[in-house]
Design a protein. Sequence first.
Length: 201
Amino acid sequence: MPAPAHLIKLGDLDGRTDPARARGWYEQALAIAERLATLEPEITGYLRDLGISHRKMSDTHRAETPEEASRWYARAAEIGEKLVALQPSDVQRLTDLLFYCDRAASLKEPASPEVARPWLQRGVAVARRLVGLDTSTGQRLALSRWLVRLGTAEATLGLPEAEASYREALAIREAVTAAEPEDPWDLVSRALWRLAERYLG
């Protein structure tokens, strides 16, 4: 029986040139991962393979059938939550879950902020947990970016919570840059922070 991770790699190789073939590999990986996770639920590696397989299936639906992609992302995140519950201090498990939240949120923002917002809230919560385990600049800036994304969704919806989200994001930036120079090439963060600054005036 081929390992799910091997099949996922084959799918990744075909992803850009033959999406249908890539989906076939991911479907095979999903079927095997489901079987292994059912037979040996105590092996968290099998459960992680299952979550990644769900996320890969999500990505294949992202462009043409986004609602189907949303359902797959939700399943991946559910598995990610189970892994975090089993290993709450494992940075990799939290990082996986954060990535699932990111993919699900980005599918809906900015067109449907009311749908994106719960995913962004989950992302902020996971990013906070990561900062609690790893206070590196990268993790703190990641939390800041998540807060701006959440604030933007809240601002679009006319929610007062946007101000608090934006202010916390900028406070994190100020704390980080007070200790070390701001990276001029971090264009994503800089663009997000400008959104917060414009909102706050």
